[in-house]
Design a protein around this ligand. Structure first.
Ligand SMILES: C[S@@+](CC[C@H](N)C(=O)[O-])C[C@H]1O[C@@H](n2cnc3c(N)ncnc32)[C@H](O)[C@@H]1O
Length: 400
């Protein structure tokens, strides 16, 4: 009884008036076309939810609703449900969806009822649903891949964090083969080795990981956007144009080349070649069909000497956050040895954790890095160019 009023009273009702005022202000700005006010509106709405929820409700949201939602979404992705219910079309009944997918109506009805209750889809009547913009996004393979990818490569590692930390004296993991990942997945392999092993339960894991890499950045400001990093002044101006072989940009650990495609779309006439480097399995599909790509694929292990010498720029995007400090030094040494003094630049494009007010996208990825690869997101002290409300920063380096 003594705990009753504390756990069942709102978390911070005294904030209600000022949060509503903020929400009204940001809503008005958004309606007037101020795109930046959307994120402020979302942050204020989240604060309102936290202020008015009771501690008890918050507990149940974390321990029941969120894991149940993840599992229901992943199952519906597997059954292709989100492609069957559109967000701007007619509602579909559970009976129709069960018939179309060949599954038991009862189990499907239970999963959809939860997804309706949390707003992933819209309940339009008894056992009837319509999609949302979010659920329709989950009908696109590049986005739907992200859920089974996280189950097959990350969730067991995250859940192993408390045990790993308890058993290791509450220190940050620093070895990629002695991490929560190794406990959670009961493997001695490093995350990147494990990705390539044929996992009968997750045969599509490597492709799903690549989908996650190609989409996680969508909608964020890009380093090539106006006002982020002065590409024209710092890279294009002064780049070698005298011979066709000159390499302009090498994307080291660039996965499927989504960053180079974005760069090319923005700067199609930048002088010199664009080169994509990654592990053999990631680049395998390019061996016969890269002619329509704006870049040249090149298998390269970044723990070995960099074969492309004297490029205008070497680009590392979300690479160093996968490795401990010692291995980052090895990656950087291999790059430094190939850079031309006074000409080549190294661009490190990473999450940047500020001293205060870090964004949850950066802090959660820091925990994922801790779990999966015994590494981390690094802090603001190292960053140079970024824009407000963006979790990424770009660090430019030259040989001294
Ligand atoms: C976190 S992903 C980042 C991918 C991409 N740069 C991006 O930001 O979307 C790290 C990439 O490093 C690649 N990688 C891992 N180990 C590597 C190695 N030893 N040599 C080259 N690439 C490697 C992975 O295959 C993966 O594509």
């Amino acid at each position: 009884m003594a705990n009753g009023p504390v756990v069942t009273a709102p978390n911070a009702p005294e904030q209600l008036a000022s949060l509503l005022k903020d929400i009204n202000g940001h809503s008005a700005a958004f309606s007037n076309g101020d795109a930046n006010s959307r994120l402020k509106l979302v942050a204020a709405a989240q604060s309102l939810l936290q202020a008015m929820e009771t501690p008890q409700e918050t507990i149940l949201r974390y321990i029941w609703a969120q894991p149940a939602t993840f599992a229901a979404i992943e199952t519906c992705i597997d059954l292709n449900i989100f492609a069957l219910i559109s967000w701007n079309g007619r509602s579909k009944s559970v009976a129709d969806l069960a018939k179309a997918t060949g599954v038991e109506p009862e189990i499907l009805g239970r999963l959809l009822k939860h997804l309706g209750a949390v707003g992933v889809i819209t309940e339009t009547g008894y056992d009837e649903y319509r999609g949302t913009r979010f659920s329709s996004t989950l009908a696109m393979p590049r986005y739907s891949d992200t859920f089974p990818c996280i189950t097959g490569s990350t969730l067991p590692a995250i859940l192993a964090i408390p045990t790993w930390l308890k058993e290791n004296n509450y220190r940050s993991p620093t070895e990629g083969t002695n991490s929560p990942f190794n406990v959670g997945f009961q493997t001695n392999s490093h995350f990147f080795e494990y990705l390539q092993t044929n996992n009968p339960r997750y045969p599509s894991l490597p492709a799903q990981f690549n989908s996650l890499m190609s989409t996680y950045h969508h909608g964020r400001p890009s380093w090539t956007d106006e006002g982020f990093y002065p590409v024209q002044e710092r890279l294009i101006h002064g780049a070698k144009t005298a011979h066709n072989d000159a390499v302009f940009l090498v994307d080291v650990g660039g996965n499927k080349g989504h960053d180079l495609e974005r760069f090319y779309a923005r700067y199609p006439s930048a002088p010199g070649r664009l080169i994509l480097q990654d592990r053999p399995a990631v680049l395998a599909e390019f061996s016969s069909s890269h002619d329509d790509k704006p870049f040249e694929p090149m298998v390269h292990d970044f723990f070995t000497p960099q074969p492309v010498r004297g490029a205008r720029a070497y680009f590392l995007h979300s690479v160093l956050h996968d490795w401990n400090d010692e291995l980052c030094v090895s990656i950087l040494r291999n790059l430094a040895a190939s850079m031309t003094r006074g000409y080549s630049r190294l661009l490190i494009y990473e999450n940047v954790i500020p001293d205060t007010g870090a964004h949850w996208q950066a802090t959660s990825l820091d925990i994922v890095m801790m779990a999966d690869v015994a590494a981390k997101e690094r802090t603001e002290r190292q960053w140079i160019w970024t824009v407000p409300s963006c979790v990424d920063g770009l660090i430019e380096c030259e040989l001294a």
